[in-house]
Design a protein around this ligand. Structure first.
Ligand SMILES: O=C([O-])CC(=O)C(=O)O
Ligand SMILES: [Mg+2]
Length: 569
C-alpha cells in the first residue's frame, strides 16, 4: 500500500532484526539550502528569504527574477557550439537548481530537447565516464545481488511513481554502452517532468549493470561500470526478478516501471513476464509503436485512404519494428473487424537476412514469426520495395544510411506521396537525412524521423520534417496511468494514446507536410494523451483512483508540476 497504513520506506514493517535507513527530515537553511538543487533559487532568493533562511552574505547583493536567470542561462548555453558542452551545462544546472532547469526545458522545449535528449544524450552515454561528475540515478549491479531492497532504500525519496530502467545493452542505435546507459533513464525522466508534468522527486532513474560486451568500454580506464562481460541466462533473470520484486514491495502496485533500451531478447521477455503482475511499459516496443501509429493515422489526411488500404514495409524486425507492426495490425483489426492474422498480412518486415517469409519461419526468433508471410525469398531492401510495393516505408533497424537514393526513388515511383519514416537514433544512425528524403523524392515524400532534422529547402519550398519519437507519447501515457492509479497497461491504452496524439495535428501542420504537432505545445498534448489513457483505464476497470474525475483533461493539467519558484516562509 502506498499512502495507507504502511509507511512507504518500510520502517514500520521492518522487524527488529531488519536493517533500516535512519532518514531524518529537516528544514534546509543557509549554505545547505544553496547546495540543495531541489530548493536552491540562487540570486532569486528574496530579501526576506535571505534573512529568514540564514543566507545573508552567502549571496551577492543583486536580486534576479527566475525569468532573468532563464534569459542569462539561455544566452550562456547558446555560446557553446559543441552539443556535448550544452548537455553538460544543462546537467550541471539540474544538479544546482532543479526548478530553473525545468523552467528552461519547458519554455524552450524545441531548442533544448535535442540537448538533454536525442541525439546528444547518445554521445553523452558514449563518453559518460569521461564527463562523469556527480552520480545521477540508482546503480544496481551484480554486486548488489541479494541487497536490492536495501539499495532502493538508500535513495532519498520514498514516494516514487515512475522508474525508467535500462541495462544499457542497446542504447538508441549505438549498441551496448553498459553502465553508461544511465544517461537514458536520466534523460527520459527529465522529459517525464518537463513534458508530462510528473514531479522530479517521484521519478527514479535506474541502471542495472550486469557487465558489458563492449570491448572499447572494457578497456576504457574511465569506464564507470563493472569490468566484466554480460551476465546472461539464469544469473541475469534472477537479478531482474529481485529488482522487480523489490520495486513492488518498496513502492507498491502502482509504481510504473518503464523498460528502456534493453536488447531485443530481454526486452520482449521482460515485458511478457512482468505485464501480468506489474505496471510495466516498454518504451521501445510500445511507446514507439504508439507514436508511429499516431503519425500514420494523421498522415491518412495527406495520403488518403484508410489504414487498411495501405501496405507497410519495415527495415528492422526488432522491438520497434515488430512493436509498431503489431499495433498497426491491431488498429486495422479494430477498424475492419478482420482477425489479426489477416490484418498482419498487410505488413512486411525485412531483417538482416532479407524479407521475412514463411520458408524462414523455423529459424526465426519468436517475435518475428507472426510476420513470416507467403512469398519467395527476397534478399535486400531495394528488391523488397520493388516486390511488395509498399505505400509506407519504416526504418527501425538502428543502422544508418540504409534508405539509399535507389530505395527512396523506388518508393517515389510507386507512390504519388510516399510515406517514409527513418526512426533509428541518434542522427548518425538515421536511415537517411531529411534533405536526402526530400531531394531524392523530388519533394513528394511525407517524412518523419526519430532524431530531429532542421527544415529543408527544396525547389524554393521549405519542408519541415516531423520527429517520430516516443517522447510524444511516454510522458502523457505515464501521467494517464499515474493519475488514474492504473495497475496494469493494456494495448487499448496505446491505441487511445495514438488517437489522442493524431487528433492534435491541425490543418496548419498538415499544410507544412507535418504528421506530428510541434513539441512547443507538448504539455497540452500530454494532458490530452493522459486524459484518453486514463479514460481507457477507467473503462477497462484497471484504474484504482476513485471516484473518476469528471473532466480528465482538466484533472491532468491540475496534476502537472510547475517549475515556477515557490516562496519560502
Ligand atoms: O530515445 C529515443 O530518442 C527514442 C528511443 O527510445 C530509442 O531510440 O531507443
Ligand atoms: Mg529507447
Amino acid at each position: 500500500m502506498m499512502n495507507g497504513v504502511e509507511k512507504t520506506n518500510g520502517e514500520d514493517v521492518a522487524t527488529e532484526e531488519q536493517l533500516i535507513t535512519p532518514w531524518t527530515v529537516s528544514v534546509a537553511s543557509g549554505y545547505t539550502l544553496l547546495r540543495d538543487p531541489r530548493h536552491n533559487k540562487g540570486l532569486a532568493f528574496t530579501e526576506n528569504e535571505r534573512d529568514a533562511h540564514y543566507l545573508r552574505g552567502l549571496l551577492p547583493p543583486a536580486l534576479m527574477t527566475q525569468e532573468l536567470q532563464e534569459k542569462k542561462l539561455m544566452h550562456n548555453l547558446r555560446q557553446y557550439e559543441v552539443p556535448l558542452q550544452r548537455y553538460m551545462a544543462m546537467m550541471d544546472l539540474q544538479e544546482r537548481n532543479e526548478r530553473l532547469f525545468y523552467k528552461l526545458l519547458i519554455d524552450n522545449v524545441e531548442e533544448l530537447l535535442p540537448v538533454v535528449y536525442t541525439p546528444t544524450v547518445g554521445e553523452a552515454c558514449q563518453k559518460y565516464g569521461s564527463i562523469f561528475r556527480r552520480p545521477q540515478g540508482l546503480y544496481i549491479s551484480l554486486k548488489e545481488k541479494g541487497k536490492i531492497l536495501e539499495v532502493l532504500k538508500n535513495w532519498p525519496e520514498s514516494n516514487i511513481q515512475v522508474i525508467v530502467v535500462t541495462d544499457g545493452e542497446r542504447i538508441l542505435g549505438l549498441g551496448d554502452l553498459g553502465c553508461q546507459g544511465m544517461g537514458i533513464p536520466v534523460g527520459k525522466l527529465s522529459l517525464y517532468t518537463a513534458l508530462g508534468g510528473l514531479r522530479p522527486s517521484a521519478c527514479l532513474p535506474v541502471t542495472i549493470d550486469v557487465g558489458t560486451n563492449n570491448e572499447k568500454l572494457l578497456n576504457d580506464e574511465f569506464y564507470i561500470g563493472l569490468r566484466q562481460r554480460r551476465a546472461t541466462g539464469q544469473e541475469y533473470a534472477e537479478l531482474l526478478e529481485e529488482f522487480m520484486t523489490a520495486v513492488k514491495k518498496n513502492y507498491g502496485e502502482k509504481v510504473l516501471v518503464q523498460f528502456e533500451d534493453f536488447a531485443n531478447h530481454n526486452a520482449f521477455e521482460l515485458l511478457e513476464k512482468y505485464s501480468p503482475t506489474h505496471l510495466v511499459f516498454n518504451d521501445d516496443i510500445q511507446g514507439t509503436a504508439s507514436v508511429v501509429l499516431a503519425g500514420l493515422l494523421a498522415a491518412l489526411k495527406l495520403v488518403g485512404g484508410a489504414l487498411a488500404d495501405h501496405r507497410f514495409l519495415f527495415l528492422g524486425a526488432g522491438e520497434a519494428g515488430t512493436g509498431i507492426a503489431e499495433l498497426i495490425a491491431l488498429e486495422i483489426s479494430k477498424q475492419t473487424k478482420a482477425p489479426l492474422e489477416e490484418t498482419r498480412k498487410k505488413i512486411w518486415l525485412v531483417d538482416s537476412k532479407g524479407l521475412i517469409v514463411s520458408s524462414r519461419k523455423e529459424s526465426l526468433q519468436h517475435f518475428k514469426k507472426p510476420w513470416a508471410h507467403d512469398h519467395e525469398p527476397v534478399k535486400g531492401l531495394l528488391d523488397a520495395v520493388k516486390a511488395i510495393k509498399p505505400t509506407v516505408l519504416i526504418g527501425s533497424s538502428g543502422v544508418g544510411k540504409t534508405f539509399t537514393k535507389e530505395v527512396v526513388e523506388a518508393m517515389a515511383s510507386i507512390n504519388e506521396k510516399p510515406l517514409i519514416l527513418a526512426l533509428s537514433n541518434p542522427t548518425s544512425q538515421s536511415e537517411c537525412t531529411a534533405e536526402e528524403a526530400y531531394t531524392w523524392s523530388k519533394g513528394r515524400v511525407i517524412f518523419a524521423s526519430g532524431s530531429p532534422f532542421d527544415p529543408v529547402e527544396y525547389n524554393r519550398k521549405v519542408f519541415v520534417p516531423g520527429q517520430a519519437n516516443n517522447a510524444y507519447i511516454f510522458p502523457g501515457f505515464g501521467l494517464g496511468l499515474i493519475m488514474s492509479g492504473a495497475i496494469r497497461v493494456h494495448d487499448d491504452m496505446l491505441l487511445a494514446a495514438s488517437e489522442a496524439l493524431a487528433a492534435q495535428v491541425k490543418q496548419e501542420h498538415f499544410d507544412k507536410g507535418l504528421i506530428y504537432p510541434p513539441f512547443s505545445n507538448i504539455r497540452n498534448i500530454s494532458a490530452n494523451i493522459a486524459a484518453k489513457v486514463a479514460a481507457k483505464a477507467y473503462e477497462l476497470g484497471l484504474a484504482s483512483r476513485l471516484p473518476r474525475p469528471k473532466d480528465l483533461v482538466k484533472y491532468a493539467e491540475s496534476c502537472m508540476y510547475s517549475p515556477v519558484y515557490r516562496s519560502y516562509r
